[in-house]
Write a protein that binds this ligand. Structure first.
Ligand code: FE2
Length: 277
């Protein structure tokens, strides 16, 4: 069932979410008013400087290439400028949103190669942790990967198929697939140790190091059906990280997977425990 902007704004206010949802257009986007003050620019630089010291060593090459291409670390990004670059590379653009938006418009944006990015930034006292995704998570974490054609195609396909799979009762399973690919994943890189991928890892100072370097991290070969069956928790380090062979393998695997069949087989079964998967 689709929810109106007004009703969603009411629910978000009741939950204490920070964004100004009443400013949304019917597709839940807002204008990015580029009116960030010097203190906010300083928080952006602090976050980027600190995290880049880690990503240089631990992030997958494809992500780092994306960062370099977009050049987004000096100041808070202007979404229109970034969209102009992305459009030329992979046909994607970014749109401003006040924060998390409902599934239906989120899937629709992805299906049309628009990535929603939160228009506000965390405060200085929240450098290490914030409950809601903010611009640093959405932008620094997600957007560089959209410069990579195979991943960009996967994200569009995900948006395209998601609504239909949700209708079959597969909402949680599609959520897990997003979680273990776009948010928390590892990926092979020729001649290199495993590298990190995903916005949840890129935007986390401590979990990025844990996922890649800790002997205690549980790393599992990627398999779409297993991923869709594996539970996760949002406020702890992940108890499993799936290892992608490549973006091509992710896109091709997703394109040919019998998602409806997977949902039919497993939707009424309990989720797999990530510790033992
Ligand atoms: Fe995210």
């Amino acid at each position: 069932m689709e929810i109106s902007v007004q009703e969603y704004a009411r629910q978000c206010a009741a939950q204490g979410l920070r964004g100004d949802y009443l400013a949304c257009r019917p597709d839940f986007t807002v204008r990015q008013e580029y009116d960030y003050d010097e203190a906010q620019q300083e928080v952006w630089r602090l976050l980027c400087d600190r995290q880049t010291r880690l990503t240089r060593r631990l992030a997958h090459r494809s992500y780092l290439d994306g960062v370099e291409t977009l050049g987004l670390l000096e100041r808070i990004p202007d979404f229109d400028e970034v969209s102009a670059k992305l459009r030329k590379l992979t046909g994607w653009e970014i749109v401003a949103v006040p924060g998390l938006i409902p599934n239906a418009p989120f899937f629709d944006h992805l299906a049309n190669r628009r990535f929603p990015v939160t228009n506000w930034l965390r405060k200085r006292e929240e450098l290490d942790y914030i409950v809601e995704p903010d611009m640093f998570h959405d932008f620094f974490g997600h957007v560089p990967a959209l410069t990579q054609p195979a991943f960009a195609d996967f994200m569009q396909m995900y948006g395209d198929k998601a609504a239909g799979i949700v209708d079959l009762g597969g909402e949680e399973m599609m959520g897990r697939l997003y979680w273990y690919t776009a948010e928390f994943a590892l990926m092979q890189e020729p001649g290199q140790p495993l590298k990190a991928f995903g916005a949840g890892l890129m935007s986390s100072f401590s979990e990025l190091q844990f996922a890649v370097e800790s002997p205690d991290a549980h790393r599992v070969p990627f398999d779409i059906e297993t991923v869709m069956r594996t539970g996760y928790e949002i406020d702890k380090f992940q108890r499993a990280y799936f290892v992608l062979p490549s973006f091509d393998a992710l896109r091709d695997g997703f394109q040919t997977a019998d998602l409806a069949g997977i949902v039919r087989r497993w939707k009424d079964e309990p989720a797999l425990d990530p510790s033992t998967v």
